[in-house]
Design a protein around this ligand. Sequence first.
Ligand SMILES: NC(=O)c1ccc[n+]([C@@H]2O[C@H](COP(=O)([O-])OP(=O)(O)OC[C@H]3O[C@@H](n4cnc5c(N)ncnc54)[C@H](OP(=O)(O)O)[C@@H]3O)[C@@H](O)[C@H]2O)c1
Length: 213
Amino acid sequence: MKIALLGGTGNLGEGLALRFAKLGHEIIIGSRKIEKAKQLASEYLEKVSKASITGMQNEDAAKECDMAVFTIPWEFAFDTAEKLKDYLKRKIVVSPLVPMKKVGDNFVYVRPEEGSAAQKLATILTESKVVAAYHAIPAKRFANLSEEFEWDVPVCGDSEAKEVVIELTEKISGLRALDAGDLSNAYLIESLTTLILNIMKRNKIGEIGISFR
Ligand SMILES: NC(=O)c1ccc[n+]([C@@H]2O[C@H](COP(=O)([O-])OP(=O)(O)OC[C@H]3O[C@@H](n4cnc5c(N)ncnc54)[C@H](OP(=O)(O)O)[C@@H]3O)[C@@H](O)[C@H]2O)c1
């Protein structure tokens, strides 16, 4: 599958790029700047042998892909979605977006009036199949290919697209994808991720994922 990581030059984008590339998927790193996309694509390629990772501007990445992941900070993801929506029609679009803000030293979930960031994305990308996943994956550990973990990935969305994302995710060693219902449940995993960040910070325990075992 051709998978575009929009804003794939950042924290979560790297881990998803490396781990999807290892499975043999064609990876497109999207960026606002073509030079940055190409630079990061070649850096990621050095970490995974015999992989297909190319860099493009977000627009071209959205045009070329079969599936896209919005690995962009939530504040900017919706404007980006407006710009890319024509290219993403009929495609699966994954939202790992965690809308939150810092109040003092506390992370607070910012619930969009649509119900969740994933639902807000779906109201923009009306002709795409939006699925919510990957919220509670700690990016730095995930991007380290020698890291070992056993994390669960709740996945929300309509059944057909959700099944594709579940199947894709299950193939990543150390991840178990779990059907978490339709998109109306996405706020639960978005807000849980905010709680996890507070727990990490207050207890100084570094990056943790989630496991329901
Ligand atoms: N970090 C984590 O551990 C983690 C875990 C799970 C889910 N998430 C979610 O995943 C998403 C990405 O998080 P991240 O930590 O990977 O983000 P990030 O590293 O801070 O940023 C990712 C990329 O977003 C692009 N970007 C920045 N400002 C932008 C703007 N104004 N318009 C368009 N693109 C912009 C940049 O790419 P270019 O400069 O190349 O365009 C940047 O490299 C967030 O929504 C977050 O909630 C993060």
